[in-house]
Design a protein around this ligand. Structure first.
Ligand code: QUE
Length: 397
């Protein structure tokens, strides 16, 4: 961009005496500038992810606040090598990741771009997922303390940047969800790994319904490790940056102190506590059909409400999601992400992902026309097709 501005100045100096030529070239220049700005949105800009080093702490800031810090390929391609560099660098002992602005840590992956590539048959459509899952794996296998400040909206891709790290600090403004069944996708970024490891059938419930956990609920669910009031995050960051020896023990000491000092909603019970027994009983099944039947038979007001929610989701997404979690519960993170890449490629080949993104993120009419339209219509072959090995395209971790 800087270079371009310099060019622009040259042009105006060059043509200054010839006013008419100048106005034509200025028009042209502004068109080129517009083009450049547009392509920089598509291809990412220089400052979409920021990196700082304060003493021995590396800080990553997701910096697309207008897009709720949604994660795109440009950001992933900057974050992964920087994380690897910090992992090797003896002068870096801690990594913090946060979002810029007050609304979101990261609202998801920038999947509109994936559907655009996928629609035109571009084999690069899966590139974003592949690179994103490698980053999720890098975070999940880091030995140094990695702390995610999950303040504000944390969904999909944002979950993948936080939940596999050792420490996740939530605030009263955290809104956490894996809402992908609503857009014809599935709870990827290692959802198949962490969701089945939550208490009882909570993960299956969160994955199928996309239920939103707010504030202290994120801690109750076992997603966050610490809860700190939003206003104190800068102070927490400063204290972590000033640690002389920042091993896990020292990091934990600081995080625990801030956590214990926070009294917001300290006596408020988990919003799902009244339904936890029902969740563990009704969502304990090998098939989506059985879960729907359990809810129907239960017939309580809460169960009917869950049925209404599930009726809106992509039937294909629900079936692949249940299978993903049942398998993922038995896999390592690396093998789970490899499986998820197969499923992602299945979604790119299919129908509902495009229709869901259209209905929720593009046209925003929120009335997707799923195909197949019913759970019964989703044959076993469709589900199995999403789990087929990809040969040379496999993601190997
Ligand atoms: C369900 C989802 C997503 C969603 C909304 C849903 C999702 C996602 C985004 C999103 C949000 C903000 C952005 C963006 C994408 O919204 O996965 O690019 O700026 O990424 O109801 O699964």
């Amino acid at each position: 961009m800087f270079q371009f501005r310099r060019k622009l100045m040259n042009i105006s100096i060059l043509y200054h005496p010839f006013l008419c030529v100048c106005s034509i070239s200025l028009q042209r220049v502004s068109a080129i500038l517009r083009q450049l700005r547009m392509s920089s949105t598509a291809a990412g800009s220089e400052d979409d992810a920021l990196f700082e080093k304060i003493n021995s702490t590396g800080i990553i800031t997701l910096n697309r606040p207008k897009a709720l810090n949604a994660l795109d390929l440009s950001m992933v391609k900057k974050i992964t090598p920087k994380l690897k560099e910090w992992c090797e660098d003896p002068s870096t002992s801690v990594v913090i990741i946060k979002g810029s602005g007050d609304k979101a840590f990261c609202a998801g992956g920038d999947i509109k771009a994936v559907t655009e590539a996928g629609k035109s048959g571009d084999p690069q459509a899966g590139d974003f997922f592949k690179n994103e899952y490698v980053l999720n794996y890098t975070i999940g296998t880091m030995k140094k303390p990695y702390i995610a400040f999950i303040h504000g909206i944390t969904m999909g891709g944002g979950v993948g940047l936080s939940v596999h790290g050792r420490y996740r600090v939530a605030t009263e403004k955290t809104l956490f969800a894996m809402p992908e069944t609503a857009i014809g996708l599935f709870p990827d970024v290692g959802g198949g790994y962490f969701l089945p490891r939550l208490d009882g059938k909570l993960g299956i419930y969160l994955a199928l319904t996309g239920y939103r956990l707010k504030g202290r609920d994120v801690l109750h669910a076992g997603v966050a490790t610490h809860f700190v009031e939003a206003q104190r995050l800068p102070e927490l960051e400063q204290e972590l940056c000033s640690l002389q020896s920042a091993q896990h023990a020292q990091v934990q000491e600081v995080l625990n102190k801030f956590h214990e000092q926070c009294t917001i909603d300290v006596d408020k019970p988990f919003s799902l506590a009244p339904h936890k027994q029902s969740i563990d009983r009704l969502f304990d099944a090998d098939t989506v059909e059985a879960i729907l039947q359990n809810l129907e038979q239960d017939g309580s007001e809460w169960a009917i409400k869950q049925l209404e929610t599930l009726k809106k989701m992509s039937p294909t997404s629900m079936k692949i999601t249940l299978r993903q979690l049942l398998e993922g519960g038995k896999l390592t993170l690396g093998n789970c992400l490899s499986m998820e890449y197969r499923i992602a490629e299945g979604c790119i080949r299919g129908h509902d992902f495009y229709e869901g993104v259209r209905a929720v993120l593009i046209d925003k009419d929120h009335t997707p026309k799923w195909s197949p339209a019913t759970i019964e219509g989703v044959g076993e072959n469709i589900v199995t097709g999403h789990f087929s090995p990809l040969g040379k395209q496999e993601l190997i971790l």
